[in-house]
Design a protein around this ligand. Structure first.
Ligand code: HEM
Length: 439
């Protein structure tokens, strides 16, 4: 899901430094102009340079506006922990419609494919979320836990047999994909076809790809999406006739405000689960293996007490790597951030919630650059800042990461990354294309 912040707009028309209007944030003495977060080249900078830019932004008295505030083409960058939490938990002011990604989905795309719940506000969001949460019952999740362990064990069997040199495609991406298909009740046969379609849909993502291709991809991606949703809708029709013990059956037989999910809504939800659940978990697993490789003392701590420290390690990976860089909200009414007298955000303006920056906020996380699996407390915002859209799959993601690392480090204690991860520069997610792997 590569929908970077406004990078689809011609970058030449953008200023390279922010053009704030009121209130004017001034850089404290000694700091320089902030690099433009809306420029693709910012996301190609080394991680340390980006971290320094965010640290500088966090020190400023008000969020910086990137773009042209007079015309509304741009956004306020929310970079502090407290600001991201406030925006996440005040949905009456910070709306998810018309979209949390930039550029927002075109109207015809939304009409054709159905609105994904992540882009909806109440009451429609609450209705959809209620039916979906009901389907994530403890009974279903309890069964899934068994499945997750079984799938993780089978993957490590494969690793031992095939000795893949890459960790991402053959291992990290497989686990969440197989888990979601199992959870939904997708039969084995269409899985291969769906995986191909997902690959096609998300091929060449990231701001690094040439502009020419960026314009070509949507058509190809949407055709793949349409085919994928068609497959799922067909399974939905079948389950409506003969329900089984799976999520698709629960979704097509449950009531959402007096009616069932339509085939289109089912397709939209499945795409959301794939996009939200596969790529995020895949990237978290890859970053995790690498972090545990380049911090041998943390790895030794973990292996000395896998049961006792795995949960803490997973949280610290989520904090340190922050797989989703940012989501957007649209301000519904004039709002003073942080309370009366705070910076004024005007109705209609956009804000970007930078989760990674919030996760490095020095006022919440001492020594934030350090990777410390014993960090306690660790109230990271890797799954969002709370509120109605808080990640629906947070529990499942934890189950998956825990299961894979437990299986991997128990059976292959030498498992490690080799070299640096190949990253795909993106202002939307912290994506790893490939990661050398040995054991
Ligand atoms: C490490 C893995 C994951 C990360 C880092 C992650 C992160 C996030 C974030 C940041 C949000 C937005 C929260 C907000 O706007 O307040 C979100 C929403 C969501 N996530 Fe996840 N996620 C992960 C795994 C999963 C999995 C495994 C699933 C499903 C199987 C999933 C399903 C969803 C859904 C459906 C939403 C939208 C919820 C709503 O709008 O109500 N995620 N996730």
């Amino acid at each position: 899901m590569d929908i970077p912040t406004d990078v689809s707009a011609p970058t030449t028309s953008r200023p390279t430094i922010p053009v704030p209007t009121t209130p004017v944030p001034t850089a404290p003495a000694g700091t320089t102009a902030v690099p433009d977060l809306a420029a693709p080249r910012f996301w190609q900078l080394p991680a340390a340079a980006r971290a320094a830019a965010f640290a500088d932004l966090r020190r400023r008295p008000a969020p910086v506006y990137f773009g042209d505030r007079a015309t509304g083409r741009g956004f306020h960058a929310l970079v502090r922990y407290a600001d991201v939490v406030e925006a996440s938990r005040t949905p009456a002011v910070f709306r998810s419609a018309p979209g949390v990604t930039t550029p927002e989905p075109a109207r015809w795309v939304r009409l054709l494919f159905g609105d994904s719940m992540v882009n909806l506000d109440d009451p429609r969001h609450a209705q959809l979320r209620r039916v979906v949460s009901r389907a994530f019952t403890p009974r279903l999740l309890g069964r899934v836990e068994e499945d997750v362990r079984r799938i993780a064990a089978a993957l490590v069997d494969e690793v031992e047999r095939g000795r893949p040199g890459d960790f991402v495609g053959p291992v990290a991406a497989q686990l969440p994909f197989q888990v979601i298909c199992t959870l939904m009740g997708i039969p084995e046969e269409p899985r291969r076809r769906i995986l191909d379609l997902v690959d096609r849909n998300s091929a060449d993502v990231g701001v690094a790809r040439p502009l020419r291709r960026r314009f070509r991809i949507p058509g190809r991606g949407l055709a793949a999406l349409a085919r994928m949703q068609g497959i799922v809708a067909a399974i939905g029709r079948e389950r409506r006739r003969r329900p089984a013990e799976d999520l698709i059956s629960a979704l097509v037989t449950a009531d959402v405000a007096g009616r069932r999910l339509t085939g289109r809504e089912l397709g939209a939800f499945f795409s959301l689960l794939l996009v939200a659940g596969v790529e995020t978990t895949r990237n978290a697993l890859a970053h995790g293996l690498h972090l545990l490789t380049v911090h041998p003392e943390q790895r030794a701590l973990l292996l000395a007490d896998l049961d006792g420290r795995l949960d803490g390690a997973v949280d610290e990976i989520l904090r340190h790597a922050t797989p989703i860089v940012q989501f957007r909200r649209t301000v519904a009414v004039d709002h003073e951030l942080g309370g009366p007298g705070g910076p004024l955000l005007r109705a209609g303006e956009k804000v970007a919630l930078y989760y990674g920056s919030a996760n490095r906020d020095e006022s919440v996380f001492p020594d934030p650059e350090a990777f410390d699996i014993t960090r306690d407390p660790n109230p990271h915002l890797g799954y969002g800042g709370g509120g109605p859209h808080y990640c629906l799959g947070a529990h499942l993601a934890r189950q998956e990461m825990t299961a894979l690392f437990r299986e991997l480090f128990t059976r292959l204690p030498e498992a490690r990354s080799v070299g640096e991860p190949v990253l795909v520069p993106s202002s939307f997610d912290h994506r790893v294309r490939s990661l050398g792997f040995a054991f």
